[in-house]
Design a protein around this ligand. Structure first.
Ligand code: ZN
Length: 471
């Protein structure tokens, strides 16, 4: 099957030998790490609470000869695993947090395992497991060939809002790193120079004075009024921000009863833009909307900083490495049963799917703007980073959906995970074999950075919001 697949792909000058060896090592561990991904899928855990998932990955890496440091950067589920010495130092990042409310069986119809419980709607069970699988194969290859260099796996908790990677940056864990190779589950096998959206957000809390809403409204000051004036001002603001801006919010508390003037109201708001620095300016205007709400309603407003992720700086050199790697890695084909599952799932999407199938590998130099946000973006501002997606989800299925959660528990998810592990392993080996590529990646990083510096509104006090997902 492999040979036939390779013929479908664009032909590249692929020296056989070394590449085949590391791919054989990936294949040797594929079943075990596929089972690891399934185990994590079966026990979905929210950000900073990924105790079982992190422990399982730590145990697997330790058993395969990695030196593991658990609980890094004041995060119980953050860890590093390392093998080798000297440069190049290559980091593979592993996420493993789930999303609230997305509990889902591995079936092509919406059916929760436990209603309201978390689920792996972003496929992070595959993300962390594929990176670990690649790490083990790379370690064995370095060892067998006596190559110089260090392979590390960073277990990065709470990508869905907690920003584990940002605390790892603050803790200095990326300081001696030459390159980060990252991936994310998706609905196609694709490498390009895509970015992500910067985001910034938090909770806006208004404090007023409670009073009987009919008998003594004049003595009350409504926190909900303050909040609604703020949000109306935000709606007007929408017209006067750059086109690519996204602003979304929910009201988490609007008072307790209509006959009581609300003494407390709260909204959770997130804004996004392709450029962190432009976003900072927009966010200051949102802060002014909130201040205006408090002033007009005679209430007091407090802001609690929430998620703040930078956009991703693409890296031309590393993306080229990953592009070559993915072309060698190849895509995969569905079995008849998988094809049937995919068809049923696509029928639930309510739109015709015009996407390439998982047998295709797409490598190009386009720079599509981001549609989501990730703390991998912050990492790209401090060290050369490139990333790619693989077809872990059926074409047309987007992340953060029950359809994605279903795919992440099936053989389709695990086949996509294998494409990722193969790509990561081949990409890393190319850099160990040609250490000059690490220097070229550093130069490409400097060019994109263009003298700017990474900044974050998340304080460098080393105190991750360990309860953010459950409060
Ligand atoms: Zn994700």
């Amino acid at each position: 099957m492999c040979n036939r697949l390779l013929l479908l792909l664009p032909l590249v000058a692929a020296p056989v030998g070394a590449a085949d060896d590391v791919l054989a090592r990936v294949a040797a561990h594929a079943e075990r790490f596929g089972a690891v991904s399934r185990q994590i899928w079966e026990t979905p855990e929210l950000g900073f609470h990924e105790n079982k998932s992190a422990a399982l990955l730590e145990q697997e890496l330790r058993a395969n000869g990695f030196e593991v440091r658990a609980g890094v950067a004041n995060m119980p589920t953050g860890f590093t695993a390392s093998y080798g010495s000297g440069s190049p130092v290559i980091v593979l990042m592993g996420e493993f947090d789930a999303l609230p409310g997305l509990s889902q069986k591995d079936e092509p119809e919406q059916a929760a395992v436990t209603a309201g419980a978390p689920g792996h709607g972003c496929g992070h069970n595959l993300l962390g497991s594929a990176a670990a699988l690649a790490g083990v194969a790379i370690k064995e290859e370095l060892q067998a060939r006596g190559l110089k260099g260090t392979i590390r796996y960073y277990g990065t908790p709470a990508e869905e809002g907690g920003g584990g990677k940002i605390y790892m940056i603050h803790a200095g864990l990326f300081r001696d790193v030459d390159a980060v190779l990252a991936w994310h589950p998706g609905d196609s096998n694709r490498v390009n120079l895509g970015s992500s959206l910067a985001n910034n957000g938090g909770r806006f809390r208004f404090y007023g004075v409670a009073s009987h809403a009919a008998a003594a409204p004049d003595r009350g000051r409504s926190a909900l009024d303050g909040l609604m004036i703020m949000l109306n001002a935000v709606e007007f603001l929408r017209e006067h921000v750059p086109q690519e801006t996204r602003i979304h919010y929910i009201i988490t508390n609007g008072g307790a009863a209509p006959n009581v003037v609300p003494a407390f109201a709260e909204a959770n708001l997130v804004a996004r833009h392709p450029d962190s620095q432009v976003l900072d300016g927009i966010f200051e205007r949102i802060m002014n909307c909130a201040r205006a709400g408090a002033l007009a309603s005679g209430t007091r407003m407090e802001f609690e900083q929430g998620t703040n992720y930078a956009n991703t700086l693409p890296n031309d050199e590393l993306s080229a490495v990953l592009g070559r790697a993915m072309q060698k890695a190849g895509g995969y084909e569905y079995t008849p049963a998988e094809r049937e599952f995919a068809g049923k799932l696509q029928a639930t999407l309510g739109a015709e799917v015009k996407r390439a199938g998982p047998e295709h590998v797409q490598v190009d130099k386009s720079e599509p703007p981001g549609v989501a946000s990730t703390d991998a973006g912050d990492v790209s501002w401090v060290v050369p980073l490139a990333s790619f997606t693989t077809a872990t989800f059926v074409p047309g299925v987007g992340a953060h959906t029950w359809q994605a959660a279903a795919c992440a528990g099936t053989s389709i998810g695990r086949k996509g995970m294998l494409v990722a592990a193969r790509t990561l392993a081949l990409g890393a080996m190319e850099i160990y074999e040609n250490p000059g590529e690490a220097a070229a990646a550093r130069e490409a990083y400097r060019k994109r950075l263009a003298g700017r510096k990474w900044t974050s509104h998340i304080p460098a006090d080393g105190k991750p919001p360990l309860d953010y997902a459950t409060k």
